[in-house]
Write a protein of this length. Structure first.
Length: 277
């Protein structure tokens, strides 16, 4: 089974004052997923099932900031916060609906599964996550689509869970074969490629020692930092779950990654012997 995560910065225009979908990227990626699922030589891992997770991008971040979700508040502020909860949940559902519409138009049998309907957290970390329904959908040949969402929190009343949190939890419990992360960079670099011309792509990451060398760099993505993301992916690699960070802005990258073709990327694994580098 493969988990495909597409960042909100790929599917939406994050700098837009209003929520705005990047339809060019969305429809292209949907087409590449359709091609991969229908390939005569379908990847064995992909034939075992696909889960798609997407970020909230410009649909989730502005209202979360507006209502200061995640900050402490008193009882008098709770009505305002509840309204924020409702607005954020509604906005990310809208994005998810648009994404699912495109996937269905490309003949992919997706089913939307809002995390807020079955996930709770304690101090912003996932506490309850009922996976039974996801397992059933995969068994019946559907493609579950989950996303970053706002959920009830035992300590804070409400909290944002990122698509990355959802991905990592599912990967551990369902023991996925591989994870593909579609970001806006080609992988992990020695420095931020957006600000340093001498940045070098790291094709394979196998241990935390390599990450320590990157602590002072500025590799930032939609969830706050590439270093933190890779550390968590290395934990999955220790469990035998490999990941690949790719640039989903580039045509054919998602299709080639799903079909296990060699592409420009960073692979995160403890099984370096399987790659010809």
């Amino acid at each position: 089974m493969i988990i495909l995560k597409i960042g909100g910065s790929i599917l939406t225009k994050k700098d837009s004052a209003e929520p705005e979908v990047d339809y060019e990227n969305l429809n292209r990626i949907a087409s590449e997923i359709e091609e991969s699922l229908n390939s005569d030589s379908i990847n064995r891992d992909l034939s075992d099932g696909l889960i798609i997770v997407h970020g909230a991008g410009s649909f989730g971040h502005p209202p979360a900031s507006k209502y200061k979700i995640g900050e402490p508040f008193n009882d008098e502020e709770y009505p305002f916060k509840r309204l924020g909860f409702a607005e954020i949940q509604n906005q990310v559902k809208k994005l998810n609906s648009i994404i699912c519409d495109s996937l269905i138009e490309h003949n992919i049998p997706v089913v939307s599964i809002p995390p807020s309907s079955f996930v709770t957290t304690v101090d912003k970390r996932i506490y309850e996550f009922r996976l039974g329904i996801i397992k059933k959908y995969i068994k019946e040949g559907y493609v579950p689509v989950l996303y970053g969402d706002i959920v009830l929190d035992e300590d804070l009343k409400m909290a944002i869970i990122s698509g990355d949190q959802v991905l990592q939890y599912i990967a551990k419990i369902l023991k996925s074969d591989n994870i593909i992360l579609g970001t806006d960079v080609d992988g992990v670099y020695t420095k931020s490629p957006k600000t340093h011309n001498d940045a070098k792509l790291i094709p394979i990451l196998t241990n935390l020692n390599q990450i320590e060398e990157l602590e002072s760099t500025n590799n930032i993505d939609v969830t706050g930092g590439m270093v933190g993301k890779v550390k968590e992916l290395l934990e999955l690699a220790h469990l035998g779950i490999d990941s690949e960070i790719v640039n989903a802005n580039n045509p054919r990258i998602i299709a080639n990654a799903l079909q296990s073709k060699e592409i420009k990327s960073t692979k995160i694994t403890e099984r370096i012997e399987q790659y010809n580098y």
